[in-house]
Each structure stands twice: as C-alpha cells, then as structure tokens.
Design a binder for this molecule. Structure first.
Ligand code: BJW
Length: 235
C-alpha cells in the first residue's frame, strides 16, 4: 500500500449532499458572483450583504437534510484503514468530512461553523446568524466584531506549510470535485513529486487535468468509493 496519501476536495464532493458549487450553471448567489461577496473589500463595503450570504449558507448546512454522501464516507474509510501518512485538505467550509468520520482534515478556506474575532483572531464555535449587532462572546458590549472564519480572495489560506510538506512527500494525490481555478489550491498537484500517482475525479475536465496520471470523469459519490477500494487493495 502507498505510504503517504494526500487528498484535496472541493465543492463538487458536497454537491450531491445538496450544497451548491460555486461555478456551476447556478453558481450565482442572488445575482452576486462569489468574487463579489467573498473578499475583504466586499465585507468592508457591504457587511450586511456578506453576513447574509454566510448566514444563509450556515442555516442550510445545519438543515437535517444536508448529510455526508458516499464520497465523504469513503474518504473517512480510507483514512481509518490506511497505515501511513494521510491528510485530507478541503477547500470546503462545510463540516461534512468531519461528520463522515474524517479526522485529519485541514480546512484551508476556513469553516462555516466558526466565527473569528476581527480584532484578535480568536475563534469561536458558531451555529447562529452573525450580524453587525452580534455581541462578542467574551465582551458582550462589543458588537459586530465577529466575521465568518473563512478565507476570502486576497487572504492567505490556512495551513499552507503543512500542505506543501504533504504534497512533497505524497505517493498518491487525489483531487476531487474542484474546478482548479482558485490558487494556491489548484497548484498543489504541481508540488507533488514525479513519482506520485495523481488522480483527479470530476464531472468535467479542469485546467489542470493534463497534469494528472488519471482523470476520471464521473460523480464523486460513485467514483470515490471505487478509487478508495482500489487504493486499499494496492500491495
Ligand atoms: C463534481 C460534482 C460531483 C460538481 N462529482 N465533481 C490570477 C492568477 C492566479 C491567481 C490569482 C490571480 N488573481 C488572484 C489570484 C489569487 C486568488 C485566485 O486564485 N483567484 C482566481 C479566481 C483567479 N486566490 C486567492 O486570493 C487565495 N489567496 C491567495 O492567493 O493568497 C495569496 C498567497 C497565497 C499563498 C502564499 C502567499 C500568498 C484565497 C482564495 C480563497 C478562496 N475562497 C473561496 C471562498 C471561501 C469561503 C466560502 O466558501 O464562501 O473558496 S472562493 C471559492 O472557490 C471557495 C472554494 O473553496 C474555491 C474553489 O472552488 P471549488 O471548490 O473548486 O468549487 P467550484 O464550484 O469552482 O468547482 C466545483 C467542481 O466540482 C467543478 O469542477 C465541477 O465540475 C465539479 N463537480 N459536481 C464530481 N457530483
């Protein structure tokens, strides 16, 4: 069995759980492009709109109808069965990998169920709406100092050093359900060694498909369990 496995997931893995992707045909949120609501400038310009965007997504994530699918479950199985190094890097801010049982999850674009103090960077578990009137949990007279714990365009993603290290030592790299247009995530494949077996699973081709040894066209819930079984049966 390969010693070191690195997995990168994007919005496509959660699409079959009912969470819309960013750049699909319905990739607009109430007429706004993701680039117009997911920047620090957008938050400064119109914090009410940006809070509304994340409040709506947080409520949806907490709806009982949203559950991990077979792809999330298969990756948790891979981690549990694998004897060597394993890291699951997700660009998703949902918690479906964790709910499926994955333990070594690095959420490089943040987590929807956390709020961050704009002054100190301190994180709080968060399941409610956020607004300009939300009191700070540790200083209740301070209002509106919390923001969603997410990485917007122009901000530095979380855990880049760890990701770089995992990429450089990977024997297998799986990229699942990501359009490969947002960097640095899209460049992780390039940091893996030539000896690394690189596999992409996506409904459609991406700008980095040609860099992969295998580019599998299909839905994550069908293809990920198959590839996990294949990896687990490797000598
Ligand atoms: C299925 C499926 C199914 C569907 N089964 N598949 C010019 C050139 C290069 C880079 C830049 C540039 N100008 C600016 C940049 C940098 C910028 C960037 O990359 N911009 C591009 C848009 C051009 N990047 C940044 O700003 C990043 N920070 C940065 O660069 O800091 C500087 C720095 C870095 C390193 C060192 C030092 C300094 C930050 C990026 C933050 C991205 N944030 C968001 C929002 C997070 C919070 C939120 O969720 O609201 O992250 S944007 C959004 O895109 C979100 C996603 O994680 C990210 C990626 O999207 P993803 O997951 O790939 O989803 P989709 O919808 O795009 O694709 C879904 C795919 O699934 C499709 O391919 C479907 O086919 C497939 N699919 N159903 C299998 N069932």
């Amino acid at each position: 069995m390969p010693k070191s496995i690195l997995v990168l997931t994007g919005a496509g893995i959660s699409a079959e759980s009912g969470i819309p992707t960013f750049r699909g045909s319905d990739g607009l949120w109430e007429g706004h492009r993701i680039e117009d609501v997911a920047t620090p400038e957008a938050f400064s310009r119109n914090p009410v709109l940006v809070h509304q965007f994340y409040n709506q997504r947080r409520r949806k994530l907490l709806d009982p109808s949203i559950q991990p699918n077979a792809a999330h479950v298969a990756l948790a199985k891979l981690e549990a069965a694998h004897q060597g190094d394993f890291l699951l890097v997700t660009q998703n801010i949902d918690d479906l990998h964790q709910r499926a049982g994955s333990r070594k999850v690095l959420a490089m674009h943040g987590q929807l169920l956390k709020a961050r103090c704009r002054d100190t960077g301190k994180l709080f578990d968060w399941r409610e709406d956020l607004s300009l009137e939300t009191p700070h949990p540790l200083a209740t007279t301070r209002l509106g100092r919390l923001r969603p714990h997410v990485v917007w365009f122009g901000e530095i993603p979380i855990g880049l050093e760890l990701i770089q290290e995992a990429a450089q030592s990977a024997d297998i790299f799986l990229a699942i359900g990501t359009s490969a247009v947002v960097y640095p995530a899209a460049g992780i494949v390039e940091a893996t060694p030539a000896s690394c077996l690189k596999i992409e699973i996506n409904l459609a081709a991406t700008p980095t498909s040609s860099v992969f040894d295998r580019s599998i066209r299909g839905s994550a819930s069908i293809e990920v369990p198959k590839i996990v079984e294949e990896i687990l049966s490797m000598p």
